[in-house]
Structure formats: C-alpha cells, structure tokens
Design a binder for this molecule. Sequence first.
Ligand code: TRP
Length: 437
Amino acid sequence: MKERETWTGKAGFILACIGSAIGLGNIWMFPWRLGQFGGAAFLIPYFIFVFGLGTTGLMGEFGFGRAQKRGAMGAFEKAFEEKKLPFGVAIGSIPVITQTGIFIFYSVVVGWILKYFVLAVSGSFYTIDIANTFGNFAGHAESIPWNLLAIVITLGIVILGVKNGIEKINRIMMPSLFIIFIILVIRSLTLPGAIEGVKYLLVPDWSYLLKPMTWIMALGQAFFTVSLGGAGMLVLGSYLKKDEDIPSSAISTALFDTTAAFLAAFIIIPAAFAFGLDINAGPPLLFITMPHIFKVMTGGYVFGIAFFLCILFAGISTEVVLMEVTVEAFMDRFGWSRKKSVILVALIGFAFGVPLDINMEWFGKFADVVSIYLLPLSALLAAITFFWIYGIDRARAEINRGAKRPLGKWWGFFAKYVFVFVAGAVLILGIIYGGIG
Ligand code: TRP
C-alpha cells in the first residue's frame, strides 16, 4: 500500500483547517447575528461556545483522524470493529454523505461568487440592475456553467493531493485573504457614517443574554463556523504526523476563524450603514447589498474586486476540504486512484448541483436538510464514536501526544459528557428552530 500523505508541517495543517473553517458562515451569518443578538453581548456566548466547545470538537476530530490514519468511514469502521460492534461502515458513511451534500450546495454558491467576481472585474456593478440581476441568475440555467466552473477549479486543486494541492493553495489564499480583509476594513471604517455600523456591532444590549435565542444562535454558529461535522476536520487530522500539537492547532483554528468573522463584520456592516442599506443575512447580503456598496463607494471598482476575490478564496478553501472527504473515502474503501476518485466526486457534485442551480426552492430545501439534520447528527456520531466507543482515555492520550500543554483528566469528563450532550442539543434545537448553524 502507498504510504499515507502528510502535511509538510504544522503551518500547512493549520492553514488548511483555517481554510475549511473560514467560509460563508463567517461572512453572511456572523456579522448579521452579531448585530441582531445584542452586539457585544452576543460575543459572550459565542466565545464560550467557540473556545470552550468548538475547540473540544476540533481536537476530537483531529485526534480521531490521526489515531486511525483514515477518513471518517475508515475511522468509524476500525473503532466499531475493535469493539465488535456492527454497522461501523454504515454509520461512518453518514458524515461522508453529509459532507458530499455540503459540497454539492457549496459548489452552487461558489459558482455565484465566481460570477460576481467576474461582474466586479468587468465593472458591471455600475451598469446592471443589481436588485434584479441576482434573482434572474440564481435559480436559472445561466448559473449551471458557473457551478461547473467552481467544481472544475476544486477538482484541479484536490487532484494534486494533500501537500501539493490543498496545502499549497491555502498557503497562498489564507494570508492573502487576511491582508485584503484588513485593507477593506480600513476602507469601510473611514467612510462617513461608518461609526453607526460600529455601534450596531459593538454597543452591547445585555438584555439579550437573558434570551435563550441568543445562546442557541451562538451555539449553532460556533459548531458550523469551525466546521464540526465528523468528517472534514477529521480527514485533515488523518494526514497529521504523530508529533504535531493537536490542542494548540485547535485553538489556532478557532482564533483565526473568529478573527476572519470579525474582519468580515467590520467590512460589511459599517459600509452598509454608511450608505443607508439594509443589513441582512445570506445571499442577498453578498449579492445585492455588497454590489450596491461598491457601486456608490469611491474606489468601489477596486475594492469590489478585492472583496469578491476574498470571498472566492474563503469559498474555494472550504470546498477543497469538502471534496477531499469523499475522495479519501473512495480511495480508502475501493482502492481507487486519487484521479479517478476526484473525477467521480466532481461528477456527483455536478449531477446533484444542476437541479439546485435551476430551482432555488430545491436549493433551499437541500441545504436545509443537510445543514439542519445531517450535519449536527454527523458531529454527534463522531463525538460518540471517538469519546465513547474508541474510549476517552485513549482519545485523550492521542490528543496529548506531541502537545506542549497536555489536557488533564477533567477534559476527558468534559468531552465525554458535556460536549456529547451539547452536540445532541445542537441537533435537537436545530430541528426545533429550523436551523441554527
Ligand atoms: N465552516 C464553514 C463555514 O463557516 C462551513 C463548513 C465547511 C462546514 N465544512 C464544514 C461546516 C464541515 C460543518 C462541517 O462556512
């Protein structure tokens, strides 16, 4: 058997994790939620959940992948077999199918981003009817080639492998994203009237801490933003060398992810306030509000290109990991080559993507089923399998291997009971409230 690939070092691994974590959740959910749920007050539950629970989930996925040297399907299979439990492969396929589902709808969105990047470059925000352009594009056949382009770009990266593909592009995309984001924040904050947006984001309304919804939304956001789902971070961990520091990698991932979310918030919200535009979440924010801003802002042509380039980096760096999950599963399970597996995943992505391209209702339903039911279920299954079936003491020993500050026994209790309980709560609350991630 060919030896398993590994990262060139800790930096390469962390950059890939950050690439997966920074995505649409940071850009079209976080800024809106921060403003909606009490400003700075929202940060209290958010920080507690990201750094308290998110990092535990990350350490679990990294550790599980590294311990088994396999992606989700193989890792579940081994853990179940050891304990003579049935259905390891079937249960392990749930997180893989889930990530394939995210890959499918993410490719649709990255297609939209590609289109808007091209619109920015061609200076079209000045001439098109911005409000109607998005509605006439998303949900229509015109978006199919863009979806295909998104998949082909992702394929072109993942086919090169872990070190030469995923790690390399993140070494370029992630530092560029942070540098451009900082420039955009400066531009946004120096607009006349931007201060109102800063107030909207930061002036705390403490009464929100008494509302359960604030805590529930912060929890869902925390799980989604660091990519907990029992497969993506797990497969990245499976390419780790034994002596890399898992706890510190988990903290770095959470820290950079949170920083990116803040930068996005301080780009989008102050600019929207400066031009008196509505603050919203989701696609309208990116594809209607933002183009409006660039149309009227001084230097909007250049800043518009820079902004959509960053969003493209955020989207593609997430997509490559989503694709890698299924590619690894095919390679591991069927012994197929990377090339064959990548092409097959691309074909699956496109075949299921086309119906979502042409029908926004289907797109919404599909994205809901995957992110409300399957994703939290997958995160929960991975936590139970690693912390309970594989065993918490061995899990902690794996995570502590190479750690400068090893986790104490308390952490085992925390992971086994508190984390697993909360992961279950994320699933149930999401079902009750129709999605919290
Ligand atoms: N973290 C990504 C975002 O914020 C979403 C994401 C990517 C994800 N991969 C994942 C979420 C795996 C859960 C599981 O947009």
